[in-house]
Design a protein. Structure first.
Length: 464
C-alpha cells in the first residue's frame, strides 16, 4: 500500500491540475512545477533515504516516511496558494524518498521463503507498474465526483492503513551488528547528480533541448554521477557499494528496470493523450480503459515467478521486454476511428503482459543476494533507476512526438482534424522509439544474464 501511494502520486495530480489551477489561479507555465516539485526531491534523495533505512532501521524509516508523506499530503490538499502546493509536493517527494526504499527492503528481508518471496515481488511489481494507471483512474473519480483536493487527501487513507499494518506486522529490530557509516561526499555527489538529470529533463520538455537550462543540467548531472561512481570505488563506506552493481544478474536486472521505467511512462502519457484528445474520453473513462492493462500486469508476474526458478531469468525477462515491444508496435496502428474493444484493448493487454512479465522478476533479482546491511540502498537504487528512466524518457519521447506532429502540420491548414492527425503520428513515432528501446534492452539483457536457473534460496549460495 505504501508503494502504491508513492507511485500513484506521480500521476494522480495530473488529473487534478486543471481544477487546482483554476482554484489557486496559477499560470500554464507554473503547472509543470506541481509535478517537478515532487520528482526532484524524490529522485535525488532516494539513495540517501535507502542508506538512512540501513543506518537507523527499516521499520523506523518506513513508519516515519508514512507519517511525513501523509502530513505533506494534508498540507497540499489544504493549499491556499501556488507556493503552498509546491512546498507540499516537495515534502511528499522528500518523505517518499525515505519511504519507497524502506518498503522494498522490508520485502527483501521479510520474505525469505522462495515461494513466498516470488509472490511478494509479483505483487510489488504489479503495484510498481500499474500504480500510474491506478492514479489516473482514482484521480478521475475524485476530481469528477468529489474535489481535486481529495487527490492529495486520499493519501492519508493509504498512509494510516499502512502505518497501522506496519505497527502490527513489522517486528521491532533486535540488536544488530555493525552498521555502515554515511558516505557524505557520495551522498552529495549522487543527490546533486540525479537532481540535475531530473531538472534538466523537465526543462528540456518545457524549453527544448537547445536551452542551457536543459543540456547544461544534463551534462552537469552526468559528470556528477561519473564522479560519484569513481568515489564509490575508493570510499571506505561507499553509499552504493560496487558489489551491488557488479553481479551480472543484478546489473542486467537494473538495466531491465531502467528500460521498463522508460517505456512505462511513455505508454501512460501518450495513451492518455490519445484516449482523451483523439477519441474524446473523459478522465474517468481514460482511467477505466487502463484496467485490462493492470489485469494483464497482475497475471504475467505470477507466470514469470514460476518460470525463473526453473529456466532462469535469461529467457524470461528478455522475452517480457520483447512482448512489450510487440505491443508497442501494435499501438502504432491505432487511428482516429479505432474502437476500444477491437483497436485499443488488444495491444494494451499485450503491453501489460510484457511489462508485468519483465518487471517483477527483474526487481526480485535486483535485490536478491544483497546483504541485509545494504538492502536499503539496493532497494533505493531500484526506485532511482525507475525514476530517472521515466523522467528522461518523458522528455525525449515528448520532444520526438511534438517534432513529428509539427512536421506533419507543416504547410497544411491547422484545422481540428489536421491537428488530431498530426498528434496521432507523433504518438506513433513515440511508440516506435519505445519499441526499439525495449528490443535493444532485451538483446543486451539476454547477453548479460547468466544462463541456467537461479536458486532463489536464502540458505543456498549467494551469487557474487
Amino acid at each position: 500500500m505504501a508503494q502504491l501511494m508513492v507511485v500513484l502520486d506521480a500521476t494522480i495530480v495530473n488529473i487534478a491540475l486543471p481544477s487546482a489551477q483554476s482554484a489557486l489561479d496559477f499560470t500554464d507555465g507554473d503547472r509543470q512545477w506541481i509535478l517537478t516539485a515532487y520528482a526532484l526531491p524524490f529522485g535525488s534523495l532516494l539513495l540517501l533515504g535507502g542508506r538512512l533505512a540501513d543506518l537507523f532501521g527499516r521499520r523506523r524509516a518506513f513508519l516515519t516516511g508514512l507519517i511525513g508523506f501523509a502530513a505533506a499530503s494534508v498540507a497540499g490538499g489544504a493549499a491556499v496558494s501556488f507556493e503552498m502546493l509546491v512546498a507540499a509536493r516537495a515534502g511528499q517527494g522528500i518523505f517518499g524518498a525515505l519511504l519507497a526504499p524502506a518498503a522494498l527492503s522490508l520485502l527483501t528481508t521479510t520474505f525469505t521463503d522462495p515461494g513466498e518471496r516470488a509472490k511478494a515481488f509479483s505483487v510489488f511489481g504489479v503495484i510498481a507498474g500499474a500504480g500510474g494507471a491506478i492514479g489516473l483512474l482514482l484521480g478521475g473519480v475524485l476530481t469528477e465526483y468529489v474535489d481535486w483536493r481529495w487527490c492529495l487527501y486520499v493519501n492519508v487513507v493509504f498512509a494510516l492503513t499502512a502505518f497501522a499494518g506496519g505497527l502490527l506486522a513489522l517486528p521491532r529490530p533486535g540488536p544488530g551488528g555493525s552498521r555502515p557509516r554515511l558516505d557524505l561526499p557520495g551522498t552529495v555527489a549522487v543527490s546533486a547528480g540525479v537532481f540535475s538529470l531530473v531538472f534538466g529533463s523537465a526543462n528540456a520538455e518545457r524549453s527544448g533541448w537547445g536551452a542551457v537550462s536543459a543540456w547544461g543540467y544534463l551534462v552537469a548531472g552526468t559528470a556528477l554521477l561519473v564522479v560519484f561512481l569513481g568515489w564509490q570505488v575508493r570510499a571506505s563506506d561507499p553509499l552504493l557499494p560496487p558489489r551491488i552493481l557488479l553481479d551480472r544478474n543484478r546489473g542486467a536486472s537494473f538495466l531491465a528496470i531502467l528500460v521498463v521505467g522508460c517505456g512505462l511512462m511513455g505508454v501512460f502519457l501518450f495513451l492518455t493523450y490519445y484516449l482523451q484528445l483523439s477519441l474524446g474520453y473523459s478522465a474517468l473513462n481514460t482511467g477505466l480503459a487502463f484496467l485490462p492493462m493492470i489485469g494483464a500486469m497482475g497475471v504475467a508476474p505470477i507466470v514469470a515467478a514460476g518460470l525463473v526458478p526453473k529456466i532462469g531469468p535469461r529467457p524470461v525477462i528478455p522475452v517480457g521486454m520483447a512482448v512489450t515491444a510487440a505491443g508497442l508496435v501494435w499501438l502504432t496502428t491505432l487511428d482516429l476511428g479505432s474502437g476500444y474493444v477491437t483497436g485499443v484493448l488488444p495491444p494494451l493487454v499485450v503491453v501489460g503482459a510484457g511489462l508485468g512479465g519483465a518487471m517483477a522478476p527483474a526487481i526480485n533479482l535486483a535485490v536478491y543476494g544483497v546483504a541485509a546491511r545494504d538492502s536499503g540502498v539496493a532497494s533505493a537504487t531500484v526506485n532511482m533507476v525507475l525514476q530517472v528512466g521515466g523522467s528522461g524518457a518523458l522528455a525525449v519521447l515528448n520532444t520526438v512526438a511534438t517534432a513529428t506532429a509539427t512536421d506533419r502540420l507543416a504547410g497544411r491548414e491547422a484545422t481540428a482534424q489536421a491537428v488530431r492527425e498530426a498528434a496521432l503520428r507523433g504518438y506513433a513515432t513515440a511508440y516506435w522509439w519505445s519499441a526499439a528501446l525495449f528490443l535493444v534492452g532485451a538483446v543486451v539483457c539476454f547477453a548479460l544474464y547468466r544462463p541456467g536457473k537461479v536458486d532463489i534460496d536464502p540458505n543456498g549460495p549467494v551469487p557474487v
